[in-house]
Design a protein around this ligand. Structure first.
Ligand code: ADP
Length: 243
């Protein structure tokens, strides 16, 4: 899968320009970390990529075709964990995943196996029959990640996936994302530098709606004092301090 963003701009109704002029090319397989201070435009960029809303101007192309012509394809091959993720509190974990599988159009005959697979990946085996309202914040976050993994989507977009997870869970998820990224395109936003440093092969640093760095995490961290990378490194650190 290849995603091209060309001169993307997004201004919200109140007049706030969240993204100024974003041009990017993303291709699988890759695990891309999206970082930057609060308000930098990370969630807005993720929502545009998931066709949640349209850009004010500019264009998104998936495998060469405009996103607007492929919304159906994108939804079928997309796993998305938004920042505010509404779970149905009265459903059990299995019921919720079954519902999400139906929304994604996963074939009924493979649903059970697929739910078992994502429950195992997210270590929720002993919570299958628990109502979502009884889960801890970290367990709910794991259910959110589990639903995104349903159907083995080619594109995974996670907005702050490791929020609420304890350090051991975070390490487990970093390993899971790194493994999954071997044949997918994964974009995740995070405040946690260790997430990007150890797992991501690419880093995009956003600041005030603009890209200030694209490259490997190591190159940015190693050359943080070079004049061209100083501002990007500061934005990376500012994102961490906002957490
Ligand atoms: P980040 O995810 O990096 O914190 P966001 O994409 O959420 O940044 O926000 C970028 C900017 O757009 C911020 O200034 C934010 O206040 C503004 N913004 C985000 N969502 C809306 C909205 N629905 N309406 C108006 N302004 C918004």
């Amino acid at each position: 899968m290849k995603i091209e963003l060309k001169n993307l701009k997004k201004t919200y109704k109140g007049g706030k320009t969240a993204l100024k002029d974003i041009s990017l090319m993303l291709a699988s397989p890759s695990l891309i970390g999206l970082v930057g201070p609060n308000g930098a435009g990370k969630s807005t960029l993720m929502k545009l990529l998931t066709a949640n809303f349209l850009p004010g101007s500019g264009e998104i192309r998936i495998d060469g075709l405009p996103l607007t012509q492929q919304e159906h394809l994108l939804k079928a091959s997309l796993g998305y964990l938004p920042q505010e993720f509404g779970l149905f509190e009265d459903l059990t974990v299995t019921q919720f995943l079954d519902y999400m599988a139906a929304l994604k159009g996963i074939e009924r005959k493979v649903v059970k196996d697929e739910i078992n697979r994502v429950i195992t990946l997210t270590h929720l085996q002993d919570k299958r029959k628990a109502k979502i309202r009884t889960l801890s914040g970290g367990q709910k976050q794991r259910v959110g990640i589990a639903q995104a993994l349903l159907g083995e989507p080619k594109l995974l977009i996670f907005d702050e996936p490791t929020v609420g997870l304890d350090p051991a869970e975070r390490v487990a998820f970093r390993n899971l994302f790194a493994e999954a990224a071997k044949n997918k395109l994964i974009i995740l936003s995070t405040h946690i530098i260790e997430d990007v440093q150890s797992a991501c092969d690419h880093l995009i640093v956003l600041s005030r709606g603009e890209i200030c760095y694209i490259g490997t995490p190591d190159a940015l961290i190693e050359q943080k004092s070079s004049p061209s990378l100083e501002a990007a490194y500061m934005a990376l650190m500012e994102g961490r301090d906002n957490a």
